[in-house]
Design a protein around this ligand. Structure first.
Ligand code: ZN
Length: 346
């Protein structure tokens, strides 16, 4: 991709459709984006915010960890469902009970920090809830109508059809941070931060009951979701910072590249490890736009820094666009502007 194209794409990427100005002045960008309430407000559409004006605009809002709200052509897809995280976390600005509308909830894996609110939000909205066998086993022990639950293995032939796009579940792999690193950082954090109160410990234990604790999550419980829009736009969602699998490589062989990758930052703390994993993801999915997730944390833990990843990704591929926003702040894409249409998909 040449430089002017990058600028144009960035502009369109951040604004959605409907303008042709080539400026990247952030004040102009903000003004143009504000013209579409669906691409400027910080209220999730699933909690009552407006849809984007144009049916082909994709609005993405990050809501902590690897929760994202995707809105497209009057439909709402929630990626993960972990909203009521407890008082040891910075607030997201809404609660699970505020989520009133969704068409689907895709659970990348079943650990508590990805599925704790899937049953309650699923039951209230009537959304289809999709996950690996180990995830839906757990989900079905909670109050949600079983007709809404869809089990996928990510091994092929499980495409989910929506208006204007298809979602392909692809078997991924959970992250596996080195034990010595996790142990050393855990000790340092316990020695230097305020411990949770007894009430907070009890609160966290209650939340934890709604997630999976099973070694199967690593090899057969982590599902990446590949979105294939009818107009050619492609998006990959991967909610754990683990190694790229042969299933993912095969899926990428079929589609070539993606326009947007929403990818968890590895939990390995050390830059040389998180960067290595992010590079593997970026080289596999070849996104025009990389949007990280799972980088925020509770008050007594550490955020995973995104700038070192962005720097390494850009050193590796100067054309890549990196985007990181605050909770609920939208990023809009004009899906009509995509890699397939530009003929750079392979
Ligand atoms: Zn996990």
């Amino acid at each position: 991709m040449n430089k002017p194209h990058t600028v144009l794409l960035l502009y369109l990427a951040l604004l959605g459709a409907c303008t042709t100005s080539a400026t990247t002045d952030p004040r102009t960008l903000a003004a143009a984006q504000a013209a579409d309430p669906g691409c400027s407000g910080r209220v999730l559409v699933s909690t009552g915010g407006p849809f984007p004006r144009n049916a082909t605009t994709l609005a993405i809002r990050w809501t902590g960890f690897t929760n994202y709200e995707l809105v497209y052509d009057g439909q709402i897809i929630l990626l993960d469902a972990y909203f009521d995280r407890g008082s040891t976390f910075p607030p997201l600005g809404f609660r699970a009970a505020d989520v009133k509308r969704a068409d689907a909830i895709l659970l990348g894996h079943g650990h508590v920090d990805h599925m704790a609110d899937a049953a309650s939000v699923g039951a209230r909205t009537g959304a289809v809830v999709v996950g690996a066998p180990v995830t839906t086993e757990k989900l079905l022990t909670q109050p949600i109508p079983k007709e809404q639950v869809r089990t996928v293995t990510g091994r092929g032939g499980e495409a989910l059809r929506f208006r204007g796009f298809t979602i392909e579940p692809v078997l991924g792999r959970h992250g596996d941070p080195p034990e010595n690193v996790a142990k050393a950082f855990g000790q340092a954090l316990r020695a230097t931060t305020t411990p949770p109160t007894a009430e907070q410990t009890a609160e966290l234990a209650r939340i934890r009951e709604r997630g999976v604790s099973d070694p199967r999550v690593v090899t057969e419980g982590t599902i990446a979701f590949l979105f294939k829009f009818d107009n050619g736009f492609r998006l990959m969602y991967r909610n754990s910072g683990g190694a790229v699998t042969d299933y993912e490589r095969a899926a990428m062989q079929r589609v070539g590249r993606v326009d947007v990758a929403l990818v968890a930052v590895s939990a390995s703390y050390i830059q040389e490890l998180t960067v290595k994993q992010a590079l593997e993801h970026a080289r596999a999915y070849k996104p025009d736009v990389y949007i990280p997730g799972h980088h925020d944390s509770s008050y007594n833990n550490l955020w995973r820094p995104t700038e070192p990843l962005f720097q390494a990704l850009k050193d590796d591929n100067p054309s890549i666009i990196t985007v990181s926003r605050s909770y609920r702040e939208p990023v809009c894409f004009d899906t009509e502007n995509n890699i397939q249409r530009r003929g750079q998909g392979g």
